[in-house]
Design a protein around this ligand. Structure first.
Ligand code: C5P
Length: 398
């Protein structure tokens, strides 16, 4: 997929710059046309001669070519690019990119680039872990840049930790995947519910569950990569979407989640109900903290929460798709089939808490997809992003 693609390879002044030579070589081998833009510090680590020989193009570092006065247009390079890859990206360049400090060709090109930008940080572990670096990387993420997280291993300082630039082979694979990801959900509006709900007992206590939102957010990110316009209605979680285009509406309780979903659903093509919604809420939450000293053992009377999936399932018109989840501990298939029918769903994703490494808080999941038209497919244990792909492919097939 990289054949004929115009790639701007930005190189900054870090030890990992030696790996950029391999990265450049691999990109060229894949048929990409590569323009190297290097920072002045980058040239201290790797010579422009090597880079221009491998790319077949003069390496750009300065705003002007000194002897001819020729102007190197960062705007033209930015517009030429199908993708810009900054590898290695030092803490300094990341900070400049996050704050628009355009004092070299690399950062000015970055600010002019309309194409997707991939950033592969590389630095010592303490620099990487510093709140300043983390904040700047989060800022780049919020601009929609793709962060290729560094990996753990031995660093130039001989310390061991997270900070090694991702291997060139893997960076090429990420770019290749990016250009080969089909966008079958382009033009579709998708509503995803994610995370737990909290049902207040009093101002400091709630009834909740162990959901972390990982599966729902993985679905939201993957759907965005497949071209969809995605809104997540999310219960309280500590995670964020990776894709900048994913809109998040934060709620606390099932009732609030239901209100948001019913408002959004008429304008949605697909609703994926991944949240672990509390079935019951305290009937009358206390307005002040329940005190142990003053009261008898409290009795909390519960009322039923709205079933959001069933509400949307009943409201759906032809062309809309509603997908539910069934997280079961026993009689898995029977329960899932019952939910599929009772909630008027088009598809149900079954996972069992009996499966090792599946369900709440794990990074993996093992699912069975059952559709209303009778198909039934078991999938092996996979990472949640891979599971998200399987679910979205099954929805696309519908
Ligand atoms: O009935 P049960 O809670 O097992 O059903 C699970 C499915 O229904 C999930 O898709 C979940 O997100 C959805 N659900 C809901 N509103 C509820 C309860 C469950 O949307 N109140």
């Amino acid at each position: 997929m990289l054949k004929g693609k115009h790639i701007v390879l930005g190189i900054t002044g870090g030890i990992a710059a030696y790996k950029s030579v391999t990265l450049l070589r691999l990109l060229v081998k894949k048929g990409a046309e590569v323009q190297v833009v290097i920072t002045p510090a980058g040239k201290e680590f790797i010579t422009p001669v090597t880079l221009s020989a491998l790319s077949g193009k003069p390496v750009i570092c300065d705003f002007f070519t000194a002897n001819t006065g020729q102007w190197n247009s960062h705007v033209d390079i930015g517009l030429w690019a199908d993708a810009m890859v900054i590898a290695p990206a030092t803490a300094c360049t990341i900070a400049k990119m996050a704050n628009g400090v355009a004092d070299n060709m690399l950062v000015t090109t970055y600010l002019s680039a309309k194409a997707p930008v991939f950033v592969a940080p590389a630095m010592d572990l303490d620099m990487m872990a510093h709140p300043s670096t983390r904040r700047n990387i989060d800022t780049l993420r919020s601009y929609g840049n793709h962060i290729i997280e560094p990996v753990e291993g031995e660093l130039a300082s001989h310390l061991v930790g997270k900070g090694r630039m991702e291997e060139p082979e893997r960076i090429v694979e990420i770019l290749d995947n990016f250009f080969s990801t089909p966008q079958p959900l382009k033009g579709k509006k998708i509503l995803v519910t994610a995370g737990p709900t909290y049902e207040r007992i009093d101002p400091v206590r709630f009834i909740g569950n162990f959901s972390t939102g990982k599966m729902g957010y993985a679905i939201a990110d993957e759907a965005a990569r497949m071209g969809a316009e995605v809104t997540v209605v999310s219960g309280p979680v500590s995670i964020k979407p990776d894709e900048a285009s994913v809109k998040v509406i934060r709620v606390e309780s099932a009732r609030q989640m239901c209100d948001q979903c019913t408002a959004l659903f008429p304008d949605s093509d697909i609703a994926i109900m991944c949240a672990a919604v509390a079935d019951y809420a305290p009937a009358e939450p206390h307005t002040s903290k329940i005190k142990r000293e003053k009261s008898e053992v409290p009795v909390i009377t519960l009322v039923k929460n709205p079933d959001i999936a069933a509400t949307l399932g009943q409201a759906k018109h032809s062309g809309q798709i509603v997908v539910g989840f069934a997280l079961e501990t026993d009689n898995e298939r029977e329960n899932a089939l019952d939910k599929l029918a009772r909630k008027n769903l088009d598809m149900i994703v079954l996972n069992s808490l009996r499966d090792h490494n599946a369900g709440f808080g794990t990074d993996t999941n093992k699912i069975t997809i059952i559709t209303a038209d009778g198909s039934d497919t078991d999938f092996p244990l996979k990472s949640k992003p891979e599971v998200a792909k399987d679910i979205l492919n099954a929805i696309t097939a519908l």
